[in-house]
Write a protein that binds this ligand. Structure first.
Ligand SMILES: [Zn+2]
Length: 225
């Protein structure tokens, strides 16, 4: 009976980690949406620097030029100084997957968080049952506490990701909305022009439908990042 229960717990843990690892590996190795360097558009814009009309008219703002990657950043793109690349739909850099999170790998990232939470809960269950089978142990107690912390953190992060997916905002935009001028209306108040409703936002998050183009968002004059 004891051996059977141990075997069952072990299979549960292996099954959960077997899901978490490929997903985290996918989030780690795939491009988050790296933008091509040395674009013709950048050099064309730089040749027009002497003609200040385009700056004055607000068609191209200096904040949208990346002089490291030599490109004109699309809306919501950001240069990551850790990997020294511009990322489309930049969310944040995650040290746990050693990669940026952008519009391409964000479904994998939230999958990684969710399965890590489930994995931790499975481990907690395993420890709890080991308490009853094997008695008190400092090793089981330490593992139990550690897994509780991981479960709480990953649950909070998963919830935050789901919320941001539902309202179509990135972590950067949530944390620093004032720095994203395209999220401000004419009165300088927060306004999310990318919000298409929860269902479409979730579909966009999982790359089922394409993001809105720069002409698509609700407000026309969104020219700075
Ligand atoms: Zn860049």
């Amino acid at each position: 009976m004891v051996n059977q229960r141990r075997l069952s717990f072990s299979f549960t843990a292996v099954r959960c980690s077997g899901v978490t690892q490929p997903i985290s590996f996918g989030a780690s190795i795939m491009s988050p949406g790296f933008l091509p360097r040395d674009t013709d558009e950048y050099y064309m814009v730089m040749r027009q620097v002497d003609s200040l009309n385009c700056w004055e008219e607000g068609k191209v703002l200096l904040s949208r030029l990346c002089h490291r990657c030599h490109l004109v950043k699309p809306l919501r793109a950001k240069h990551c100084h850790i990997v020294n690349r511009c990322v489309a739909g930049f969310d944040h850099y995650c040290p746990f997957i050693y990669n940026n999170v952008g519009y391409r790998n964000r479904p994998y990232f939230v999958g990684f968080l969710a399965t890590m939470c489930l994995n931790s809960l499975s481990g907690i269950n395993l420890c709890w049952n080991w308490f009853h089978v094997m008695g008190r142990s400092i090793f089981i107690g330490t593992g139990f506490l550690f897994l509780c912390i991981i479960a709480v953190i990953s649950a909070i992060m998963t919830s935050m990701c789901v919320y941001m997916a539902a309202v179509n905002l990135t972590t950067t935009e949530c944390l620093k909305p004032a720095k994203c001028t395209y999220l401000l209306n004419h009165q300088g108040k927060f306004f999310n022009p990318f919000d298409r409703g929860i269902i479409l936002n979730i579909m966009e998050f999982f790359n089922v439908i394409k993001p809105l183009t720069e002409n698509g968002p609700k407000r026309a004059q969104m020219t700075s990042v």
